[in-house]
Ligand binder design. Structure first.
Ligand code: BG6
Length: 482
C-alpha cells in the first residue's frame, strides 16, 4: 500500500507544557513522525513554551532525547532529526504571570496557521487563554487544543468551557479525546457508513447486545495521585468508552463533517437512561501476595477509588430499545485488549440440533492490539455424524489485509494534523462533554453517598465477581480478555 500524504499548510504550533510528559511521549514524537513522512511543510514551526529556563540548545537536546526514546525507529534517521530540530524554538513563559508573553508574540509569524496546544493542568486554561488575548497573540483564526481531564464533573466542565469561550469561539476549540484519533475507532465509522451490509442489521431487532471492553494490563503505577482523584469512571468511561459507545450507536450523520457527526453523538448521550446502581460493578485490584495492590500505587491505604468498572447501559431510542450495551474497563487485568463486540440475536427458529455453548453470530471490532475485525459464524462441522454445528471466525487484521509494513500512526499524529487542517470532526464539542458529565455525575455521586469500597479483584484476572454476575443475571457472558 502506498501511503498518500498531503502536506498541511504552514503553521506555528505553540506547545504550552512543552517539557512535560505528554509533550515528550506523544506530541513531539507524533509531530516528528508526520515530518518523516513528509506531512509537515518546510515552513512549519514548533514553539515550545514552558516555565523551565531552557536555552534553545537545551530544548533541542530535550526534544532529541524524547525522539530517541519515544520515536526510536524513526529517530535513527539522523539527518531528519536535525532538520526537525531546526523547526523548534523555545520561549520561557509564565502561564500565570506576565513574563515571556512579549517574547512569544515576537516569534509568531503573521501569515500561517496558529495553534496553541495546552498540555498543562486545566487550572491554567483560563489564564493562558486570557494572556494569549491580552498580548494580541491569539487571532480569530487561531486554534486552541486542550487535553483531558476536561473537568471532573458537570459543574467543573461548565467552568472550563466558560473560561475557554471567554477568549475563543467554539469553532476554535479542539478538545482531545485520543480514542477518536485511533485508526480502528475511525474505522468503526467507515465500517458502519461505507458498507451497506451492516446498517439493516444495526438495531435492536437484530442485535442482542453490545460489549465494549477496554482492558489494560498495567496498573496505575506512577500516576497514582492523579488517578486516585478520578478512578476508572472519570478517567475512561465518561470520555473514551463514551466515544466508542457513541460511534457504535449513533444514527448515520448526513455528512462526515464536524457538526453533523457531533450532533449525532450528542443525541446518543442524551438518550442514555439513568444507570441503576444494581447494573454497575466497581472493582479495585488487590494483590494478596505482594505489594502490588491499587492502594500501594495510589499511596492511600484506605482508597475507595475504582480501578475497574463494568456497567449495563440502555439507550432509550427507537433503534436501541431492548438492546443493552455492556461497558467494561479496568487496570491490571489479564491482558491489554480493547474491542467492541456486537452480538446478534439467535435465528428465530432453529432447525438443527442444539449446539453446546453456542455463542451466536458476532461482529468483533478489535481496537488494540492486532487491530482488525472478526465475524463469528456457525457452520456445519465437516465429516460424518449428522448435522453437527461449529462456530468459526472470519478473521482479518487491518495490517494483513492492507499489507501494511509501516507502523500504524499514533492517535495524536492524526489529531494534531486535523488541528492544523482546521477539522473538528474528531474532537469533542463543549455540549458533548457536558452531556457526558451530566450522565456520569449521578453514578459517581451515588457511589460517594453510599461510601462503599469497590470489590477486590486479583491482578491479572478479568475483574471482580460482580462484573461477571452483571452479565450472568441477563443470561449472557463477557468475552474473554486475552
Ligand atoms: C488515558 C487514561 O486517557 O488513556 C489512562 O488517562 C489510560 O489511564 C489511557 O491508560 C489508555 O489509552 P490507550 O491509548 O493506551 O488505550
Amino acid at each position: 500500500m502506498v501511503s498518500r500524504v498531503i502536506p498541511v499548510d504552514p503553521f506555528d504550533l505553540v506547545i504550552f507544557g512543552a517539557t512535560g510528559d505528554l509533550s515528550r511521549r506523544k506530541i513531539l514524537p507524533g509531530l516528528f513522525h508526520r515530518f518523516t513522512v513528509g506531512q509537515l511543510p518546510e515552513e512549519a514551526r514548533i514553539i515550545g513554551a514552558a516555565r523551565s529556563d531552557f536555552t534553545q540548545v537545551a530544548f533541542r537536546e530535550f526534544v532529541r532525547e524524547s525522539l530517541i526514546e519515544f520515536a526510536a525507529k524513526a529517530a535513527k534517521q539522523a539527518k531528519l532529526v536535525e532538520q526537525f530540530l531546526d523547526m523548534l524554538t523555545y520561549v520561557c513563559v509564565d502561564a500565570t504571570g506576565s513574563d515571556g508573553w512579549p517574547e512569544l508574540k515576537d516569534v509568531m509569524r503573521g501569515d500561517v496557521v496558529r495553534a496553541f496546544y495546552l498540555s498543562v493542568s486545566p487550572t491554567l486554561f483560563g489564564a493562558i487563554g486570557a494572556s494569549l488575548h491580552h498580548h494580541g497573540i491569539a487571532t480569530p483564526q487561531s486554534r486552541i487544543v486542550v487535553e483531558k481531564p476536561f473537568g471532573h464533573d458537570l459543574d467543573s466542565a461548565k467552568v472550563l468551557n466558560a473560561e475557554l469561550r471567554q477568549n475563543f469561539d467554539e469553532s476554535q476549540i479542539y478538545r482531545i479525546d485520543h480514542y477518536l484519533g485511533k485508526e480502528t475507532v475511525q474505522n468503526l465509522m467507515v465500517l458502519r457508513f461505507a458498507n451497506s451490509l451492516w446498517e439493516p442489521l444495526w438495531n435492536a431487532t437484530h442485535i442482542d447486545h453490545v460489549q465494549i471492553t477496554v482492558a489494560e494490563s498495567l496498573g496505575v503505577e506512577g500516576r497514582g495521585e492523579y488517578y486516585d482523584r478520578s478512578g476508572a469512571m472519570r478517567d475512561m468511561v465518561q470520555n473514551h468508552l463514551m466515544q466508542l459507545l457513541c460511534l457504535t450507536a449513533m444514527e448515520p450523520p448526513s455528512k462526515f463533517q464536524p457538526s453533523a457527526v457531533r450532533d449525532e453523538k450528542v443525541k446518543v448521550i442524551e438518550a442514555l437512561e439513568p444507570v441503576d446502581p444494581s447494573n454497575v460493578a466497581r472493582g479495585q485490584y488487590r494483590d494478596q501476595r505482594g505489594a502490588g495492590s491499587y492502594r500501594d500505587h495510589a499511596g492511600d491505604p484506605e482508597s475507595r477509588t475504582e480501578s475497574f468498572v463494568a456497567m449495563k447501559v440502555k439507550i432509550g431510542n427507537w433503534r436501541w430499545a431492548g438492546t443493552p450495551f455492556y461497558l467494561r474497563t479496568g487496570k491490571k487485568l489479564r491482558g491489554r485488549s480493547s474491542e467492541i463486540a456486537v452480538v446478534f440475536r439467535d435465528p428465530p427458529h432453529m432447525i438443527f440440533p442444539a449446539m453446546e455453548r453456542r455463542e451466536g453470530n458476532a461482529l468483533i471490532i478489535r481496537l488494540q492490539p492486532d487491530e482488525g475485525i472478526t465475524l463469528r459464524n456457525t457452520i456445519k462441522e465437516p465429516g460424518p455424524g449428522g448435522m453437527r454445528l461449529a462456530e468459526v471466525k472470519l478473521d482479518m487484521t487491518f495490517a494483513d489485509a492492507l499489507d501494511q509494513q509501516a507502523e500504524p500512526q499514533d492517535a495524536y499524529e492524526r489529531l494534531i494534523m486535523d488541528v492544523i487542517r482546521g477539522d473538528q470532526t474528531l474532537f469533542m464539542r463543549g455540549d458533548e462533554v457536558e452531556a457526558a458529565w451530566a450522565w456520569a455525575d449521578p453514578i459517581i455521586s451515588g457511589w460517594e453517598e453510599a461510601g462503599q469500597a469497590p470489590a477486590g479483584y486479583d491482578p491479572g484476572s478479568s475483574g471482580p465477581e460482580d462484573a461477571l454476575m452483571l452479565m450472568h443475571r441477563d443470561g449472557r457472558r463477557w468475552r474473554e480478555i486475552n
